[in-house]
Design a protein around this ligand. Structure first.
Ligand code: ZN
Length: 320
């Protein structure tokens, strides 16, 4: 039981204790980066970014939906799955932990999804909630992700996922690991439908989520200084017996080494996403528009258009 008492129990305790700090009763928040105090209204007005040091606080699904869609979005009903297949119990029953997380966050599990218009493109956005059991991926998150991906295909919409996860949900054992394969297959369905799949990596994105759908995007955006990795820094150092470079596993480090395309400030995220989706979606949206017959040929059947004409049509479309 050494592994459980030495490793699992402290981790669980740390999770629970951190949660307590995250939901303070008072009106002031302490920035975990610069340790200065911020009045809660100032923090909200600044989109939960520290006005002193630019630290991006963790935010939940509702915040993201409003940022991306404004008020006009439709939250998707995600499938319910049978809970606690292994009847898992550590310090508490898994079912009790779930109930506690559900009552605290008001969500069914660690993922929520909504559909709407992002910029000028139809989009389905799935957002993970780190406040729900560390954003861990069990069957509910896997099923939710698959359902959201399929809804994007059904609506011919772009699929955007905002990740935040400690990895697989250990209380579901191998069933949580299977979700890595399931979500990967769902990403493939989106790609086969010719629709864009964009990942927004936020602090922290680790473990089985990094090892599956979080790294399969057509484009990877990340919030500044977000922790993104598979295993923890200490575990890697102990395994390879080497010191890791400064800034290892941050968004900026991964961008400099090719795993992240852009590090985007939270203020710029909606506009950046809108621009990207517009680039991905526009040619497809305009392709079916038949070229208008030029001249006064009346009902005469038009000869097949010459290649130059095709180009002109594309030029006109691009000017719109
Ligand atoms: Zn700060």
């Amino acid at each position: 039981m050494n592994w459980l008492t030495n490793y699992v129990r402290p981790r669980l305790r740390a999770l629970v204790e951190r949660r307590r700090v995250e939901v303070p009763e008072n009106l002031w928040h302490q920035c975990p980066a610069c340790e200065r105090m911020i009045f809660h209204r100032d923090l909200d007005a600044n989109r939960r970014v520290c006005p002193h040091c630019d630290h991006h606080f963790r935010v939940g699904p509702e915040f993201r939906f409003r940022e991306f869609f404004g008020e006009a979005y439709e939250e998707l009903e995600l499938p319910r799955v049978p809970v606690d297949p292994l009847r898992f119990r550590d310090l508490k029953r898994y079912t009790d932990r779930l109930k506690e997380a559900q009552s605290r966050t008001g969500a069914h599990d660690a993922i929520r999804a909504a559909a709407g218009t992002l910029g000028s493109s139809p989009a389905v956005v799935a957002v993970m909630d780190f406040a729900f059991m560390g954003g861990s991926m069990g069957r509910a998150v896997g099923e939710g992700f698959v359902a959201a991906a399929r809804e994007a295909v059904r609506r011919r919409a772009a699929f955007v996922v905002v990740t935040a996860s400690g990895g697989a949900r250990m209380q579901e054992g191998a069933l949580s690991l299977v979700q890595m394969a399931r979500t990967t297959a769902a990403v493939q369905e989106v790609k086969e439908a010719g629709l864009p799949y964009v990942v927004v990596l936020t602090d922290p994105t680790t473990g089985g989520v990094t090892a599956s759908f979080a790294m399969l995007g057509d484009v990877h955006l990340a919030e500044p200084r977000a922790l993104i990795g598979f295993a923890g820094r200490r575990v890697i150092e102990q395994t390879i017996r080497e010191r890791l470079p400064e800034g290892f596993q941050t968004a900026e480090y991964l961008r400099d080494h090719g795993m992240v395309d852009m590090v985007v400030h939270r203020f710029d995220l909606p506009a950046t996403l809108a621009r990207l989706l517009d680039l991905f979606m526009r040619p497809r949206a305009e392709a079916p528009a038949a070229p208008e017959p030029a001249g006064e040929d009346g009902g005469r059947a038009l000869p097949p258009p010459a290649p130059e004409q095709d180009l002109e049509v594309l030029d006109e479309a691009a000017d719109d």
